[in-house]
Design a protein. Structure first.
Length: 384
C-alpha cells in the first residue's frame, strides 16, 4: 500500500510538472514575427490591461497588434521568393512602447498631424490644446491616443475591434468621444482599417494609422531605395515649424511629383528645394486625386530588394508621407536593431493638417448625432 501511495504521489507530481511545462510553453509561444505575447502584458492606469493580438489569414500572413495605442507591431508578408518578412518598425515589448516616445504603428487621435499653436475655435469659443511640437499640437497632444489603452475585442482570427472612450477634456479636446478602430486582415493580404466615432459635444477628429514601413525587411538600412507613387498634383506646403500655410502648391517639376513612380532618393535630400529643407526630407500632406474613392490606388510603395509592394486605398482627401527624418539610430527596435535616419516610409491617410483653422478645406468637425468615418486599406503583394 505504501508503494502504491508513493506511485500515486509520483504520478501526481509528474502530472503537475507536465501541466506546468505545458502552461509555460503556451505562455512563451512566439508569433511568426518572433514576438513574445507575454512581454506585452501589463496593467496601466490601475486597471487597463494591455496585450498582443494576432491576426492571420489562409495565406499565412500575420499581423500583430497591441491595444496600447492601437498599434500595429508587426506585419509578416511573403517577399518575391515566398519568404515571410516583417515590414514595419516597432518594439518587441510593452515597456519600450511606454517609455520611448514614438508613433510606431499607432492609431492616432483625436487629431492626426498638427494644429497651429494648439488653438481651435468651436461654436465661437477658442480652445487651447497642449502644444508638443514646435509650438503646435501634434497627434492629439503629449498624451494622445497612441499613449492610451484601447479596449480590445478580437471577434475572430482575422478581425479585432479597438475602442477608445475619450473623456471630455482629454488633452483639452471637447466632448465625450467613443471611437472604434477595426483591423481586418483580408484573404487577399490587405489590412482593412475602419475608423468610426461619435461625440456628445461638437469637437474635431482626424484619425490615422502611423505605421513605419520598410518593405525590404532590413530595418537597419534606409528605405530611400523604395519606389513611391502618389496620386496627387499638389501638396499643402509648410513653414519652418512644419505648420501648413493654408496654400496648395503644384508638385510638377518639384521633388514632390510622384505621379510617375520613382525612387525616393535623391529627392528626399534635395535641400535646395525650400519645402524639402523645411521638412528635413518629406514630411508633407499630399492632396489626393482619388477624391474619396477608396477603390482607387492613392499611393504605392515598392522595395526593389524584396519585391514586396504596398498599395494604399482611402476615402480621405490627403495622405501624409513621412520618411523617418527624425530617426537617429539611437532608438533600438525589434531584435535590437537600431533604426537609422529614413529607415521607413509612413503613409498616413488623413484630412489636411490644421483643418480646424482652414475653413476652405474639408471639415473635421464632428457634432452630436453624427458619426465620423474613415477608411484605409494597406494591400500587400509582390513583383519580380
Amino acid at each position: 500500500m505504501r508503494n502504491m501511495k508513493k506511485s500515486f504521489l509520483s504520478m501526481g507530481a509528474a502530472i503537475i510538472l507536465l501541466s506546468g511545462c505545458a502552461s509555460q510553453e503556451k505562455k512563451t509561444e512566439l508569433t511568426l514575427s518572433g514576438l513574445d505575447p507575454a512581454k506585452f502584458e501589463t496593467i496601466i492606469d490601475g486597471n487597463k490591461k494591455t496585450g498582443l493580438y494576432r491576426l492571420t489569414n489562409n495565406n499565412g500572413m500575420e499581423v500583430c497588434v497591441t491595444n496600447f495605442g492601437g498599434r500595429i507591431v508587426s506585419i509578416m508578408v511573403p517577399d518575391k521568393n515566398g519568404k515571410m518578412t516583417d515590414v514595419v518598425l516597432g518594439f518587441d515589448n510593452i515597456n519600450d512602447y511606454q517609455n520611448i516616445p514614438s508613433d510606431f504603428g499607432a492609431s492616432i487621435g483625436r487629431y492626426a498631424n498638427r494644429i497651429n499653436k494648439g488653438k481651435i475655435n468651436i461654436d465661437g469659443q477658442e480652445i487651447q490644446l497642449p502644444t508638443n511640437n514646435f509650438g503646435h499640437c501634434l497627434h492629439g497632444g503629449p498624451t494622445g491616443w497612441q499613449y492610451q489603452v484601447y479596449e480590445a475585442n478580437q471577434t475572430n482570427d482575422s478581425t479585432i475591434v479597438l475602442t477608445m472612450k475619450s473623456a471630455d477634456g482629454d488633452n483639452n479636446f471637447p466632448g465625450n468621444v467613443t471611437a472604434n478602430v477595426t483591423y481586418t486582415l483580408t484573404s487577399d493580404n490587405a489590412i482593412d482599417i475602419k475608423y468610426d466615432a461619435t461625440t456628445d459635444k461638437t469637437t474635431v477628429i482626424n484619425m490615422t494609422n502611423h505605421s513605419y514601413f520598410n518593405l525590404s525587411g532590413d530595418m537597419s538600412k534606409p528605405a530611400t531605395d523604395h519606389i513611391l507613387y502618389v496620386a496627387s498634383d499638389s501638396i499643402t506646403p509648410v513653414d519652418s515649424t512644419y505648420m501648413t500655410t493654408g496654400e496648395m502648391t503644384a508638385v510638377k517639376d518639384t521633388p514632390f511629383d510622384f505621379n510617375t513612380p520613382k525612387t525616393i532618393a535623391p529627392d528626399v535630400t534635395a535641400f535646395d528645394n525650400e519645402q524639402v529643407k523645411f521638412g528635413n526630407g518629406f514630411d508633407h500632406n499630399w492632396v489626393l486625386n482619388t477624391k474619396g474613392d477608396d477603390t482607387k490606388v492613392a499611393a504605392r510603395l515598392t522595395s526593389p530588394i524584396s519585391g514586396i509592394t504596398l498599395e494604399v486605398y482611402t476615402n480621405e482627401p490627403g495622405i501624409q508621407v513621412y520618411t523617418g527624418n527624425f530617426l537617429t539610430g539611437e532608438v533600438k527596435g525589434k531584435q535590437g536593431i537600431a533604426y537609422p535616419q529614413r529607415a521607413s516610409v509612413c503613409l498616413e491617410t488623413q484630412h489636411y493638417p490644421d483643418s480646424p483653422n482652414k475653413p476652405q478645406w474639408p471639415s473635421v468637425i464632428l457634432k452630436p448625432g453624427e458619426t465620423y468615418y474613415s477608411h484605409c486599406i494597406f494591400k500587400f503583394g509582390t513583383e519580380k
